[in-house]
Design a protein around this ligand. Structure first.
Ligand SMILES: Cc1cc2nc3c(=O)[nH]c(=O)nc-3n(C[C@H](O)[C@H](O)[C@H](O)COP(=O)(O)OP(=O)(O)OC[C@H]3O[C@@H](n4cnc5c(N)ncnc54)[C@H](O)[C@@H]3O)c2cc1C
Length: 334
């Protein structure tokens, strides 16, 4: 098959038979790329009892859905999923393969890329075609945007977080082909997912929060972090963070915002003790109002936000909390 005619693939991600939003977003972008390349969009769906869900992938823009449907696939199984996708990719020769930066995609993408002996760009924030119809996989780096290309090997592989691309309009009338795959039974497995234990998310979810307070390295220590958490609580806001807050153990990875974390679009974002590094800031581009509190007047974060407060967060945040509480009490009394 001519490389330029090879399909654009999306590996769909489902949990408990529900296709994740990121899969639809990726099909939307795959559709755009495939139209430019004059080729088709193909989705791959692995799971149990997910036959009906193939129509949703078609409605989002897939022309073909490869379906592996078996109780063996109810939970994500790294080696089995890899085997099915690799075998299919070797046969169908997609030119592009996109996966969500989800728990599954982050692990599955490198496993598949290694077996197919191709390149992989993690946590892309844009995907476009260059003049030679090669995929430019854009990531933030060196204070700007870097394009990574994979000119020789195929497929060109990328993972992309939820929220990077919009969800396409779903067209329930769209028709597509569903191709059922045989599920191999003899794949040697060293790892098996037996059960998934889900933790109840704490506090307001980042993805839907109208207000987000995010803390960074400038919190200094657990007490400083607690102040930032209290500010979020007072505003009934979701609490987000930068990478160092995760590394320090103050915050969970699930609350990290940015290139390798969550993409958010609140009405109001307040960043405390963070420097405005691009890897974090790409995650908040959808915010309507951005405010930063930083003790360094020269911090680059102030060039990127709408309002800046130059002060020591350890002193400013408790005062701000008191003021907000007084304002809230006054509002209730009125
Ligand atoms: C491939 C890759 C992916 C990455 N993905 C992400 C990602 O998804 N999300 C992410 O966040 N990071 C990510 N990073 C890390 C990112 O590059 C930065 O290192 C990180 O965002 C910096 O976090 P920070 O602003 O909290 O820390 P710093 O850059 O150290 O900034 C701390 C700020 O706090 C201020 N400060 C210090 N004390 C106080 C005080 N008392 N009061 C007020 N302000 C104070 C300082 O002036 C400074 O500006 C990634 C990096 C790489 C290489």
């Amino acid at each position: 098959m001519d490389k330029t005619q090879a399909p654009v693939w999306v590996i769909a991600d489902q949990i408990d038979c529900r296709i994740l939003s990121v899969s639809f977003q990726l099909i939307g972008r795959a559709r755009k790329l495939a139209d430019e390349l004059e080729t088709s969009v193909e989705a791959v769906l692995l799971g149990d009892n997910v036959r009906e869900q193939t129509q949703q992938l078609v409605a989002a823009g897939a022309d073909t859905v490869y379906l592996a449907n078996s109780p063996e696939l109810y939970f994500y199984q790294p080696e089995l999923y890899t085997e099915i996708i690799v075998k299919l990719a070797q046969k169908q020769q997609p030119q592009i393969m996109m996966l969500g930066s989800t728990s599954m995609g982050r692990e599955l993408a490198p496993l598949v890329a290694a077996r197919l002996k191709t390149g992989l760009t993690a946590h892309c924030i844009d995907l476009v075609l260059d003049k030679d119809r090669i995929l430019e996989q854009k990531i933030p780096a060196y204070g700007g945007l870097l394009s990574i290309i994979c000119p020789e090997k195929r497929p060109q592989m990328a993972t992309i977080a939820s929220g990077v691309f919009p969800k396409p309009e779903m067209d329930a009338e769209r028709t597509g082909e569903v191709v059922e795959l045989e599920v191999p039974i003899d794949v040697p497995r060293r790892i098996e997912t037996l059960e998934v234990v889900r933790e109840e998310p704490k506090g307001v979810p980042l993805e839907s929060a109208p207000i987000i307070v995010a803390g960074g390295a400038g919190a200094g220590d657990p007490d400083g972090w607690q102040q930032i958490a209290d500010l979020a609580n007072t505003l009934n806001a979701a609490l987000g963070c930068t990478r160092p807050a995760v590394d320090e153990g103050w915050a969970d990875l699930e609350t990290m915002i940015g290139q390798s974390g969550k993409m958010v679009s609140p009405e109001c974002y307040i960043g405390v003790g963070l420097s405005g590094e691009l890897q974090h800031m790409v995650g908040i581009v959808g915010s309507q109002i951005m405010i930063a509190i930083n003790n360094d007047a020269k911090s680059p974060v102030f060039e990127k936000v709408d309002f800046g407060i130059v002060d020591d967060g350890r002193e400013f945040v408790p005062v701000l909390i008191e003021k907000i509480k007084k304002y809230q009490e006054k509002k209730v009394t009125c």
